[in-house]
Design a binder for this molecule. Structure first.
Ligand SMILES: Nc1ncnc2c1ncn2[C@@H]1O[C@H](COP(=O)(O)OP(=O)(O)OP(=O)(O)O)[C@@H](O)[C@H]1O
Length: 263
């Protein structure tokens, strides 16, 4: 079938894509509407840097934006290319190249037991279940989480759940990992450990965070406001502009008030 053939071409293209030479994502006038409401609009940009941070007020469209990048959502206008091929051709194939770590690990876990959940990604890649389980156990041990392998995810602390959620993505060896506020449930120490651990990963990372300590060392910041790209560039410039805007809006709203359009 023609479609299947094109999807196969896409997988092959993604597998041989040269990350060093080309941007892994190209967006051209991309927009997203949900139920007739505009969530994202007019996004034209390329992503290639090793560390890209995303900032923006609550509800500005950050999560929706990164969901486009691994096929959880599809643009309703414009054109999106991931690894050089049209993202609309085979969105289900994208997660193997672009991993997604959810803000709430409970939304990500599919199986009740840690090792089963970590093995799931490998079974999705075609590995037999027993082999995937054995590989998951080894992977957990190698990443200092062997003691969690047989435990129910529901019984873990938030930090442990977050670690398992990241390992469940990492075991698939995606070229890019998207992280939606992975620090939000972590205490300061767990957050520091996660930050150091993420910094050492060879993958390209795109990280949404409200805390700029977590964006230290990042090469590029995207600032999304009301579904549009309001700022894009080096962290010092973009974050300073973002801070000024927060200050301006806080002053407009007055103590205890919510500014128009926010939340
Ligand atoms: N499934 C959905 N159905 C309807 N509206 C949605 C859906 N998902 C997101 N939205 C809306 O899209 C807008 C952007 O949401 P999104 O979660 O992308 O923002 P965000 O910047 O990640 O917010 P936060 O910082 O609060 O997590 C919001 O107004 C939200 O209500």
């Amino acid at each position: 079938m023609f479609w299947r053939k094109r999807a196969e071409t896409q997988r092959t293209a993604a597998a041989v894509f040269d990350l060093k030479a080309d941007p892994w994502a190209r967006l051209s006038s991309v927009g997203l509407e949900i139920d007739g409401r505009t969530i994202l609009q007019d996004l034209t940009l390329e992503l290639r840097e090793a560390r890209i941070g995303i900032v923006g007020l609550n509800g500005s469209g950050k999560s929706s934006f990164i969901r486009l990048l691994n096929g959880l959502r599809q643009p309703t206008s414009g054109h999106l290319e991931i690894f050089g091929v049209d993202a609309a051709l085979d969105p289900a194939a994208l997660p193997r190249h672009v991993g997604f770590v959810f803000q709430n690990p409970d939304h990500q876990a599919i199986f009740p037991i840690v090792e089963e959940d970590v093995a799931f990604g490998l079974t999705q890649l075609g590995r037999p279940r027993d082999e995937a389980l054995a590989a998951a156990r080894t992977f957990l041990v190698d990443h200092g989480a062997g003691h969690l392998a047989a435990r129910p995810i529901a019984d873990l602390s938030e930090g442990q759940k977050q670690l398992v959620a990241i390992l469940a993505v990492l075991i698939m060896q995606p070229a890019v990992i998207l992280l939606d506020e992975p620090f939000s449930a972590l205490d300061g120490l767990a957050g520091r450990r996660l930050q150091e651990w993420l910094a050492a990963l060879p993958q390209r990372l795109v990280l949404i965070s409200h805390d700029r300590a977590h964006l230290q060392g990042f090469e590029r910041i995207l600032w999304i406001e009301d579904g549009r790209l309001r700022g894009d560039g080096d962290p010092a410039t973009v974050l300073a502009a973002y801070d000024r805007e927060i200050e301006r809006r806080a002053t407009l709203a007055g103590p205890g008030g919510w500014s128009e359009g926010h939340l």
